[in-house]
Design a protein around this ligand. Structure first.
Ligand code: GLC
Length: 575
């Protein structure tokens, strides 16, 4: 029986993505099969049984397409081929088959706000008289300015990876727009030929067997009708571009068109990454009646530990009530219409346990488990980022030479040139750099954590000797074992998927507590989100007499909750 046949025999139920857990793989850092120090597709295929053992339903692959790797694959030069760093199309087919055989699905990263500047489309577009000129955003210099000189950029926008969003192209005497690096020119979605080419490519991937798409910065595809300067910010040369550009007037129209042209009737999973999206926008996008996307990635809860109005590097303490309030707003906002995605970290964010938990030796395991419990018991589709399931921590890099990520490196050198102190910058990077999440997956306690036989592209965290998948799998009390149980709870208790959410003790500084209710079943989740004991205020939670304890970090004991202790109680059995 062929794999495709098995797949066809098990049609996906409607809304299958609501009861799924997604596991994100950052291929560069997952498993290296050929000793070149960079993870690859055969490496991933060698680990599918690990994924099956964890119990996840869907694997999301960060980009593996042909790419000059300026932004580690988020700069694509050929959408229908695989970068030789990662393998070949045949390797990918083998991976897809191996996942499908085990009942898992695969989601591809879809990076269509921009391409690489080495993509053939952009190469053609550079010719001023090319039919593809309008496929990208070309603009003349600011009126009255000499092209190519300081201040001549068409607008004052700052790119996500530092500097202007406009790159001057001497060949044609014009600038092109790049919201990210200069090697990531933005596609012009206003042009119907661009959209048709993207939909054709997406259909090609669907025909190849992929089960959905994670859409990179998808709320940037529609730009405002007029590209105008953003507000000037004292002490800064440029104005943040996302505020000026995100959520443009045709976003819903484009998403709806994509639905019609690619997604309709195929029962895929779609999640749109949307920096700057509000819960109101998310409700529109994820309202099934509007036929756009299944869910979006919000950035709000991962922006609370920065100075409001500042950049991600401007660190600020995050009080628990503020976090709860934000997550609650999304739970409430999408309670009746739409759907949430749930995540603590990904390849762009620091490690969850280091950021929201406590990665010091006494608390790492329990805080990693408690973070998992709280996230997975919210309503929505949980995303596990590789290594989260074993409680991997931030990288703890101490010099700029350790870093590879262009966002971190560009920010450091630009800020140093503007007079900021190197030590302060290194401190922010150690907390917020994307490389924190990108150190190689820690498989075992052998050389280079079992990630590679060669020299890894990014330094392995030295704590791999204690923190690794082999150790976690051999320990029935590990973070891994806890995640396995969380994933099983979703399978066995419909209340985990569909139950109504209600936040309790919203103002409590240490305790994160909430209920989920569906028919006659009620879950009570209570968690100490701190490294100190926490007293539960008398009478503040539903009575747990006679309840079933479904999962806990500690054996129950009277008295205050212990540091990072959490419990999931089932109060009434479903009928
Ligand atoms: C998204 C990706 C990030 C990338 C950026 C530009 O935010 O997650 O890794 O750098 O888009 O493609």
């Amino acid at each position: 029986m062929t794999v495709d046949f098995v797949h066809a025999q098990n049609p996906r139920p409607d809304n299958w993505w609501k009861s799924s857990v997604v596991y994100q793989i950052y291929p560069r850092s997952f498993a290296d099969s050929n000793g070149d120090g960079v993870g690859d597709i055969p490496g991933i295929t060698s680990k599918v049984d690990y994924l099956a053992q964890l119990g996840v339903d869907v694997v999301w692959l960060s980009p593996v397409y042909s790419s000059p790797q300026d932004d580690n694959g988020y700069d694509i030069s050929d959408y229908t081929d695989i970068d030789q760093t990662f393998g070949t199309l045949e390797h990918l087919d083998t991976l897809i088959a191996a996942l499908h055989e085990r009942g898992m699905k695969i989601v591809m990263d879809l990076v269509v706000n921009h391409t690489s500047d080495e993509h053939a489309w952009f190469q053609e577009s550079r010719q001023k008289d090319s039919p593809k000129r309008d496929w990208y955003w070309w603009r003349p210099a600011r009126a009255g300015h000499q092209p190519g000189t300081d201040g001549a950029e068409p607008t004052n926008w700052e790119a996500a990876f530092s500097g202007s969003t406009w790159q001057y192209d001497e060949q044609s005497g014009e600038y092109y727009l790049h919201l990210f690096s200069r090697k990531q020119p933005d596609l012009n979605w206003e042009n119907p030929e661009v959209r048709a080419a993207i939909y054709e490519m997406m259909n090609w991937w669907v025909d190849r067997g992929v089960d959905g798409f994670r859409m990179d910065v998808i709320n940037l595809i529609s730009k405002p009708r007029e590209l105008v300067d953003g507000p000037e910010i004292p002490g800064r040369k440029y104005s943040p571009s996302f505020h000026a550009v995100a959520n443009g007037p045709r976003l819903h129209e484009f998403l709806n068109e994509m639905y019609r042209e690619v997604l309709a009737g195929k029962n895929l999973i779609t999640v749109g990454e949307m920096p700057g999206a509000t819960v109101e926008l998310a409700r529109l996008v994820t309202d099934p009646a509007r036929r756009e996307l299944n869910m979006v990635f919000t950035f709000e809860h991962v922006s609370l530990d920065q100075v409001q109005g500042g950049a991600k590097w401007d660190l600020q303490h995050l009080p628990l009530p503020v976090l709860k309030d934000n997550l609650n707003a999304w739970q409430m906002g999408l309670a009746e219409v739409g759907w949430n995605s749930l995540y603590w970290n990904n390849h762009d964010q620091p490690r969850a346990v280091s950021r929201f938990g406590d990665d010091s030796a006494p608390h790492r395991i329990n805080s990693a488990k408690t973070l998992g419990t709280v996230l997975h018991m919210h309503k929505g589709t949980p995303y596990v980022y590789q290594g989260e399931e074993i409680g991997m921590t931030n990288a703890s890099f101490t010099t700029i030479e350790h870093y590879q990520d262009l966002e971190s490196v560009n920010h450091y050198y630009e800020a140093v040139s503007l007079g900021q102190q190197a030590e302060d910058l290194l401190l922010s990077l150690a907390v917020k750099s994307r490389d924190n999440a990108r150190t190689p997956m820690q498989w075992d306690d052998t050389h280079q954590a079992g990630f590679t036989q060669g020299i890894p592209w990014l330094t392995v965290n030295p704590n791999y000797v204690a923190i690794n998948a082999a150790a976690a799998m051999a320990d029935s009390d590990s973070v891994f074992a806890h995640y396995q149980k969380l994933i099983k709870l979703r399978r066995h208790h419909p209340v985990v998927v569909d139950g109504w959410y209600r936040l309790l003790l919203p103002e409590h500084e240490q305790i994160f507590a909430f209920t989920r209710t569906l028919d006659s079943a009620m879950l009570l989740v209570v968690a100490n989100f701190s490294s100190e004991p926490a007293e539960v205020p008398a009478g503040s939670l539903p009575d747990i007499d006679g309840a079933e304890l479904l999962l806990a970090t500690h054996a129950p004991a009277p008295g205050p909750l212990r540091p990072w202790e959490s419990q999931i109680h089932l109060l009434r059995a479903a009928q």
